[in-house]
Ligand binder design. Structure first.
Ligand SMILES: C[S@@+](CC[C@H](N)C(=O)[O-])C[C@H]1O[C@@H](n2cnc3c(N)ncnc32)[C@H](O)[C@@H]1O
Length: 212
């Protein structure tokens, strides 16, 4: 894959998102600048990817899935987008039309095995799940590595420390991120989410990832 994650590229390619999707103006986070909120980064990902499979873990109200599918609506990206959550939330400003929305826990070993083809054949996996303690995130990292995953994993919240939102866990997203070898990761927080955005890939040299 060839992906450009420079600030100027993302800005130049997403400046009209709110113009084309006025329903998104009702969502405060969407209107926040690049590096504060990750939605324009995700929109640019959905624009740059063509005919790819994107799996999202952590749908919540569907905002990120909807933004990932912006490229399908306005740039003929023709990506397949599959999003998972374990709880159902109201989605007042968006619809998941043309997005495969599933209530299922792919962090459960048995369920993950049943969905191994989808996960391992996907091009991008975006992981943004509560409680952001770095435990499930690392388990998924190890499983994907052990199974020779060839795609790109994007992790939200890599800068969150212990105790985030009252967590009692003796682990954190920061510690998770530190465990990933330098050769497998790129910190994209400057164009992603204030809480940290990280890219992981086990074969980074097979891809061209342009950053600032
Ligand atoms: C921070 S929200 C996701 C926000 C969303 N990605 C966005 O940017 O609009 C975290 C979500 O992770 C979900 N979640 C927690 N555990 C999960 C799991 N094992 N699999 C999938 N989703 C999970 C929660 O229910 C919650 O909706």
């Amino acid at each position: 894959m060839h992906l450009n994650f420079t600030k100027s590229y993302i800005e130049n390619n997403t400046w009209d998102v709110l113009k084309k999707e006025p329903n998104l103006c009702n969502i405060n986070d969407i209107t926040q600048p690049i590096g504060q909120e990750h939605y324009m980064f995700l929109a640019s990902l959905g624009i740059q990817l063509k005919n790819k499979t994107i799996v999202e873990l952590g749908t919540h109200k569907g905002v990120s899935a909807y933004v990932l599918s912006y490229g399908n609506r306005h740039h003929n990206s023709q990506n397949r987008i599959v999003t998972y959550d374990i709880s159902k939330f109201d989605m007042p400003f968006i619809d998941l039309y043309n997005i495969e929305y599933k209530l299922s826990n792919l962090f459960d070993k048995d369920i993950r095995e049943k969905n191994r083809n989808l996960l391992l054949n996907s091009d991008v996996i975006f992981i943004d799940i509560d409680p952001h303690e770095g435990i499930l995130e690392y388990e998924m990292y190890k499983w994907l590595k052990d199974n020779n995953y060839k795609g790109i994993i994007i992790y939200d919240d890599i800068k969150l420390n212990r105790g985030h939102m009252g967590s009692q866990a003796e682990s954190s997203m920061i510690e998770f991120w530190m465990k990933i070898p330098e050769s497998e990761k790129i910190d994209l927080t400057n164009v992603g989410h204030w809480s940290g955005t990280g890219l992981v890939c086990f074969n980074l040299s097979d891809h061209i990832i342009v950053t600032n």
